[in-house]
Design a binder for this molecule. Structure first.
Ligand SMILES: [Mg+2]
Length: 149
């Protein structure tokens, strides 16, 4: 079984739209650090295609899926909010499958689906599928690639 890590923000969770629409977005310190807006991670929409694609992967017994994200150190509720958000979306299927870290490069596994090189993602030892890149612009292209794994 292949171990697949999936990033949250920009891959499953639509963090950018949530900030753009948030009433506190222009207020200090949130204008500089929007990821510290209280409970911002609790009410995110989803990236197009993500919900169906991730459900498909969770149901596929060729893959063992983990969510690999970073929560802002100074936004302590974000650590809880990410878990609740994921559970609201996928239910019990994601039980014990969330990993929050600032060192994604320390995890062992086959594939990391991530939209940015940050928090160690660029040094992940397995295969990196860069979400929203020219090669993998959307979830359709990611699923197609995983089909060949
Ligand atoms: Mg991301």
């Amino acid at each position: 079984m292949k171990i697949i890590y999936i990033d949250l923000d920009g891959v499953i969770a639509d963090f950018i739209t949530a900030i753009e629409n948030h009433p506190l977005r222009n207020q200090a310190p949130y204008d500089i650090h929007p990821d510290t807006i209280p409970n911002i991670f609790l009410n995110l929409g989803t990236i197009p295609g993500a919900f169906d694609a991730v459900n498909t992967l969770l149901d596929d017994n060729r893959f063992e899926i983990y969510f690999l994200s970073t929560a802002p150190w100074n936004n302590t509720s974000a650590w809880t909010d990410k878990r609740i958000w994921l559970e609201n979306l996928f239910g019990n299927k994601i039980n014990r499958r969330l990993i929050l870290t600032h060192r994604k490069d320390l995890l062992k596994g086959d594939v990391l689906i991530d939209d940015r090189p940050n928090n160690g993602a660029e040094h992940f030892q397995g295969k990196i599928l860069e979400f929203a890149s020219t090669e993998f612009p959307d979830w359709g292209s990611i699923l197609k690639e995983l089909e060949q794994e």
